[in-house]
Ligand binder design. Structure first.
Ligand code: CTP
Ligand code: CA
Length: 238
């Protein structure tokens, strides 16, 4: 692993970043999952480490090659399911100055996890009962410790009634985080690509304001987002 520069705008800050996508087991060999690579969250973890932060990366099903390339100063906690991710984030919360929820979290999980590999029964197809997962970000916001800064991510699509931006603003209000980094994925533009385009929303009193719009590689965007976070962090207590 490469050596990183470890001084800058996040000197001494403890940053926890979730990355990747959660998987929900159906039986010992099958799961429901999503296509998140974890690259954006990894880029954020690296950008934070490069500016002096002490970083924990909570990695949901991230390719081991991507993790192996990280500097050894980044502590990696691997998780699989949404409930695993929630436990890891709750454990990390008391010692975090900044929490970034970049992971793609499964909204639902199978109501029942079968202990043995499911067998086909007949030829009628099957239906699967799903239950809702907890909203990890909303829980972290509810349990926020004083001065803690919490960042959400959202991939939004627009429709005939509203542009993606309107949905992002509504989501930001609903979640109550300090920042929401959103990208417009209308027309399937984002997953898995190396170039990305985001807008960053923040609260200004009761208004939601856009405090940045960045595009470029995931590393470029991560550096920009980290500088927005650093600018908005409350000062270190002395
Ligand atoms: N998130 C979370 N827990 C969940 C779902 C989402 O912590 N169960 C977090 C994501 O990590 C992200 C943010 O919430 O930081 C927004 O995720 P998104 O899926 O866009 O929001 P949802 O509230 O699930 O809304 P939607 O119906 O659009 O999926
Ligand atoms: Ca969701």
């Amino acid at each position: 692993a490469e050596t990183a520069t470890t001084s800058g705008v996040l000197d001494g800050r403890r940053v926890v970043v979730s990355a990747g996508g959660t998987r929900e087991a159906l039986d010992p060999v099958r799961f429901l999952g999503n296509r998140s690579s974890g690259k954006q969250g990894i880029a954020l973890a690296q950008a934070a480490a490069q500016t002096g932060a002490e970083v924990e990366l909570v990695a949901a099903n991230v390719d081991s090659g991507l993790l192996a390339a990280l500097p050894s100063s980044i502590a990696v906690t691997p998780v699989e399911s949404t409930l695993d991710l929630q436990s890891a984030m709750q454990a990390a919360q008391p010692n975090a100055d900044v929490i970034v929820m970049a992971a793609a979290v499964a909204d639902y999980r199978p109501a029942e996890v079968h202990g043995a590999k499911l067998k086909k029964t007949g030829d009628e197809g099957m239906s699967l009962e799903l239950v809702q997962n907890p909203d990890i970000l909303a829980g972290l916001v509810a349990d926020r410790i004083p001065g803690q800064f919490i960042v959400g991510f959202a991939a939004e699509t627009g429709d005939a009634d509203h542009p993606a931006h309107d949905y992002a603003v509504a989501k930001f209000r609903r979640k109550g985080a300090d920042l929401l980094v959103f990208n417009d994925v209308s027309g399937n533009r984002a997953f898995g690509h190396d170039v990305t385009e985001v807008a960053v929303l923040a609260a200004d009193g009761t208004e939601v304001v856009e405090v940045g719009e960045f595009s470029g590689s995931k590393d470029d965007v991560a550096q920009k987002v980290v500088s927005v976070i650093a600018d908005r962090l409350p000062p270190v207590e002395s």
